[in-house]
Ligand binder design. Structure first.
Ligand code: GCU
Length: 349
């Protein structure tokens, strides 16, 4: 953890130096972005490894965007929390120290509680339903644009986190009673703390990059995430029992400095949006295969996957809706999202 903190400090110092030197790597001149003959360098923060589908889709996106704008734009991706945890990089995008980041919905909830609706157990029935909804401005437009004036953040779109499940160092979980007294890591979100409490555990909020060591040292008894993160973060080495609670289909957002988005020429913004749409498609296509590969990888390392008593968890989580859908806007948003589910199981939860 110490190493990561000093890397973050070094990066911030480097950013500050480049800002004061006004080089191409910092201190963007918004009047000139994308101008002919001038390359605009953009820093994009990611907390995943280079093998994660988010990195792969972003890397291809960045290459295509650079190519189609004849080199006017260069997006540099910094994986592995190199620029800081998601909580930190969100502040960096807000302040303009970096330009873009992938952050989990839990981070945006802390700026506008309406994002909780898209990050709650039962909101989405499937990845297909989720990816369909986030492409509908008439459903999500008001929430996605809500941070532009207040926080200088444009929400561009999203990548699925797939179904999230509990894994532990001590054994498989069948019912909420198995989590009694167990410390389970959650993302930094009031709603997710409550979610784990309802599921029977004791919630410990913590940033992603600290989870491995915390489980290894016994500070945590487990965490919750998808199979891809479980394998790419090597969590199966310290928490080999993976239980399919499937309590939530999570969502990551691509965020960008709003002033930078406004400063892009119309032509470049259109190219950006077209290529971003392809990135979302590629990410979703990769997701299934990467999930299968992650399971095989974790099993080869000795992990066990098993089903839970589904009904027991559904029942335990039932109160979350009433506790967190508190305004008319949130209730309507939730209803619109549920109504957009056309799958057979739609609306059944
Ligand atoms: C997933 C998600 C990340 C998030 C992480 C977490 O991996 O894609 O954006 O940070 O879960 O649990 O913190």
């Amino acid at each position: 953890m110490k190493r990561r903190i000093s890397a973050v400090v070094a990066t911030i110092i480097a950013m500050t130096l480049s800002l004061s030197a006004c080089s191409d790597l910092g201190g963007l001149d918004l009047d000139k972005v994308g101008e002919d003959g001038k390359k605009t360098w953009v820093k994009l923060a990611l907390n995943q490894t280079e093998t994660h589908p988010s990195y792969i889709a972003l890397d291809h996106f960045s290459q295509r965007f650079e190519e189609r704008t004849d080199g006017r734009w260069k997006i540099d991706i910094y994986p592995n929390e190199q620029l800081g945890s998601q909580q930190e990089v969100l502040q960096f995008v807000k302040s303009g120290a970096i330009e873009m980041a992938i952050v989990s919905g839990t981070q945006l909830e802390n700026l506008n509680k309406d994002f909780q609706v898209l990050n709650m157990p039962t909101t989405f029935s499937s990845v297909e339903h989720q990816m369909e909804v986030i492409r509908h401005p008439e459903i999500v437009g008001e929430v996605f644009t809500s941070l532009e004036d207040s926080d200088n953040i444009s929400v561009i779109g999203g990548f699925t986190q797939g179904g999230r499940n509990v894994y532990t160092s001590f054994g498989l979980v069948k019912t909420p009673a198995d989590l009694a007294g167990k410390k389970i890591r959650v993302q930094e979100s009031e709603m997710h703390i409550r979610m784990i409490e309802l599921m029977g555990g004791s919630a410990t909020p913590m940033s992603y990059g600290e989870v491995y060591t915390a489980i290894q040292s016994g500070v945590l008894d487990g965490a919750e995430n998808n199979e891809v993160s479980y394998s790419t973060q090597r969590h199966m080495e310290v928490a080999p029992y993976f239980s399919y609670t499937n309590h939530l289909i999570g969502l990551d957002y691509m965020i960008m400095r709003h002033d930078l988005r406004l400063a892009m020429s119309e032509e470049d913004r259109q190219i950006f949006d077209e290529e971003w749409e392809k990135a979302m498609i590629e990410h979703t296509e990769l997701w299934d295969q990467e999930t299968k590969d992650a399971i095989a990888d974790a099993e080869a390392t000795g992990a066990t996957f098993d089903e839970v008593d589904r009904e027991a968890f559904v029942e335990a989580l039932a109160p979350i809706k009433d506790e967190f859908l508190t305004t008319d806007f949130q209730k309507e948003l939730f209803d619109k999202i549920r109504a957009a589910d056309t799958s057979e199981t739609g609306g059944s939860k």
